[in-house]
Design a protein around this ligand. Sequence first.
Ligand SMILES: CC(C)(COP(=O)(O)OP(=O)(O)OC[C@H]1O[C@@H](n2cnc3c(N)ncnc32)[C@H](O)[C@@H]1OP(=O)(O)O)[C@@H](O)C(=O)NCCC(=O)NCCS
Length: 148
Amino acid sequence: MNPQSNIDFRIIKFESESYFEELQLRDRVLRKPLGMSLFDENLDLEINDCHIGAFSNNCLVGVLILTKLSNSEMKMRQVAVDDGKRGLSIGSQLVAFSEDYCKKSNYSRIVLNARATALEFYKRLGYTIISDVFFEIGIPHYKLEKIL
Ligand SMILES: CC(C)(COP(=O)(O)OP(=O)(O)OC[C@H]1O[C@@H](n2cnc3c(N)ncnc32)[C@H](O)[C@@H]1OP(=O)(O)O)[C@@H](O)C(=O)NCCC(=O)NCCS
């Protein structure tokens, strides 16, 4: 696939206009297809997280969240690319941007719970499976890690 090059990656400020756009994107991509709503969840602790967005012409097309687990470990979660923008390497670039951010902030390990349907995506980016299959939000997941 041709990489989508006109994408800006930047930190989204909690409760900014982009943050509310982020919630809509996450709900549309990660919750509605499972018959769930993100807005039923308590999102208060997200104030502590780092939200990273991929923007095309100032419009949010991809997102992920980094949650600090310790001084050396981050958890990557809520990785989502808009339906019409998949396969353009936006997800890979978003993960790469986040890994750079973690390295610059002296984190040495990223962990994540990957949906089985997205396992190949993460494996191609150098993530390794470190658990048996388990269920989260009703679907199979694996725990993965990457040492930075
Ligand atoms: C998973 C997701 C973030 C990938 O984003 P994307 O921008 O489409 O990914 P990229 O274009 O960067 O793909 C990178 C590579 O992974 C592959 N890939 C992407 N998604 C894949 C998937 N679900 N299964 C298998 N391979 C996948 C691509 O084919 C591409 O391979 P290539 O380098 O040989 O061309 C996106 O498909 C998505 O939002 N899916 C729905 C939500 C989801 O499952 N999120 C992850 C939760 S753990």
